[in-house]
Ligand binder design. Structure first.
Ligand SMILES: [Zn+2]
Length: 535
């Protein structure tokens, strides 16, 4: 017979040891069931944020709504952090590990679109809309966090959950500041979620680029453009010559680069020689040195354009930046095991009909929705990196072990940053995709909470593999501040009309119901594409 003391010691030792796999399996099953039970809550968050349709730095309704949801569920929230009015951080729990969950919340200019309708029909002509699907990621994270929180309380397990929004991701506008201001300094692991057309994750370098986003402003001198043009010095000429210079020069840059610009200020009216003009560039490359090299070439061309036109380069303002992401092998592998268990959502015939109709309408491969899981993509070799888009989660990923969970709320083969990418985003496709994502997210958080060795091994990869030779240094300069003034004018123009279409879940089960849209609405044989009336 063991003594009572020995028995007590044995019980204590068992309590302190890592939970056996069977216990973890049970906890995961319970979390998955809890997430499934919260499907309507998830749907409401997806639809609500879709209806707000806010551009970067102007996500006031979205943030107010999310902060309210989190406070009602026991989170402590700090709002307006780091001088960014729509940024916040919510925390719950205590002790280690600290698991940080992020997802973007902003949308795309001129992407307003009726959901569930497989052709271009804006809700409001010219207005912004969720043509990237950033209305769904917070629903994934919050649903998962609430399911895990319930288990932590019941099991008396230590651990802190942190939730934050990717404000102005389309402007790669905030995450470098989050890093600089120390948002992640006590964080053990970051789990990011982003909409996609499959349930997937990856590790190693992303195939896309990092970038610097910079606004070049020229100062000239106004004059009567007909009466005394010789007295004027056109700032617009400087912008045009900079663009011409860049367009010639980029033939002789590496193939991995991407660069694009828009003219933000091209003068006021033709009979006034423009005294001010500005052009906004994205300089994208694969790594920090190449991004900085491109930015320096752009700066030289801007100064040369000023010389040619006897204007001055008044300022070069950095509006955003992103490191190219690198995701953690250990966490990605743990997450992928959970992805395999959750699998893709069961799509209905209506879901597939919407997807096929849209794909045919825009000339994309007619594949329908994903029915086979992606494999876990291993690290890309340097020669496999061809360049592409960016996300400032890259900055976070070079400071804390990070992975991105991609979840299947969208339709394959779409152009991105486009009205077509908004079509599924307040339909059962988005709702089921977000629930599947939340299941994987909850299971992965449990892995990190219950198996401390996963966190240790993730840091080992981070320290000894990922950052062995590459050290993070911000692309933002010490004097840079978040560009919180961006998009104020556009939102002011469209918000009154958009407000009338905000989703009211107390009156309507779904946003499709509120809009009176028959699901799916597809183009008829005569070419028409009529949806139900919009109230
Ligand atoms: Zn995005």
């Amino acid at each position: 017979m063991p003594s009572l003391i020995a028995l007590v010691l044995a019980v204590q030792a068992a309590a302190q040891a890592p939970a056996p796999p069977a216990r973890l399996t049970t906890l995961k099953q319970e979390a998955v069931q809890d997430v499934a039970n919260r499907a309507q809550f998830t749907q409401q968050m997806v639809d609500q944020i879709f209806s707000y349709g806010e551009l970067g730095f102007q996500e006031t309704e979205t943030s107010r709504y999310l902060v309210d949801v989190l406070r009602k569920n026991g989170f402590t929230v700090r709002e307006g952090i780091f001088g960014i009015p729509t940024a916040w951080v919510a925390t719950w729990g205590s002790g280690k590990p600290v698991i940080s969950l992020g997802s973007d919340i902003d949308d795309i200019p001129q992407a307003s679109q009726k959901p569930g309708v497989a052709c271009h029909l804006p809700l409001i002509e010219g207005a912004p809309g969720h043509g990237e699907g950033h209305n769904s990621g917070q629903a994934v994270n919050i649903t998962a966090a609430l399911a895990v929180k319930t288990l932590l309380v019941r099991e008396h397990l230590p651990g802190t959950l942190q939730i934050w929004p990717g404000v102005a991701e389309e402007l790669v506008g905030t995450k470098a500041y989050f890093v600089r201001e120390g948002l992640f300094k006590d964080v053990d692991i970051v789990l990011f979620s982003h909409v996609d057309d499959n349930l997937a994750t990856s590790w190693g370098d992303i195939s896309g680029n990092g970038l610097v986003s910079a606004l070049f402003t020229f100062q000239g001198r106004s004059a009567h453009a007909a009466g005394a043009p010789w007295r004027g010095r056109s700032a617009l000429d400087a912008v045009e010559l900079m663009d011409i210079g860049w367009n010639y020069r980029r033939e002789h840059l590496r193939l991995q680069q991407r660069s694009h610009y828009v003219i933000r200020d091209g003068g006021d009216q033709p009979n006034v020689v423009p005294p001010t003009a500005s052009v906004w560039y994205y300089f994208r490359e694969l790594d920090y040195p190449h991004i900085q090299e491109m930015f320096a070439i752009g700066d030289t061309i801007a100064r040369a354009a000023a010389m040619m036109t006897s204007t001055t380069l008044a300022s070069v303002r950095i509006l955003g930046s992103a490191w190219p992401g690198h995701f953690n092998k250990v966490i990605a592998e743990a997450m992928y095991e959970n992805i395999k268990q959750v699998g893709l959502p069961p799509w209905t015939e209506a879901d597939q009909r919407l997807a096929h109709a849209l794909q045919r309408d825009i000339g994309a491969p007619d594949s329908g929705l994903a029915t086979r899981l992606d494999t876990l993509r291993p690290a890309l070799r340097p020669d496999e990196r061809r360049g592409g888009g960016s996300d400032d989660i890259g900055d976070v990923s070079w400071n804390v072990p990070t992975v991105t969970l991609r979840f299947p709320s969208n339709i394959p083969g779409l152009p991105g940053h486009n009205w077509a990418n908004a079509i599924s985003m307040a339909t059962p496709i988005a709702h089921k995709g977000a629930t599947a994502g939340a299941k994987v997210m909850a299971m992965t958080i449990l892995d990190l909470l219950v198996r401390p060795e996963v966190v240790t091994q993730a840091w080992d990869y981070f320290r000894n593999v990922q950052t062995k030779d590459i050290h993070y240094q911000p692309l933002i300069r010490p004097q840079d501040r978040p560009a919180i003034d961006l998009n104020q004018d556009i939102m002011a123009r469209y918000r009154p009309a958009m407000r009338r279409l905000y989703y009211d879940p107390t009156k309507y089960r779904t946003y499709l119901d509120q809009l009176g849209i028959a699901y799916p609405t597809v183009r008829a044989a005569d070419g028409s594409c009529a949806s139900g009336a919009t109230p």
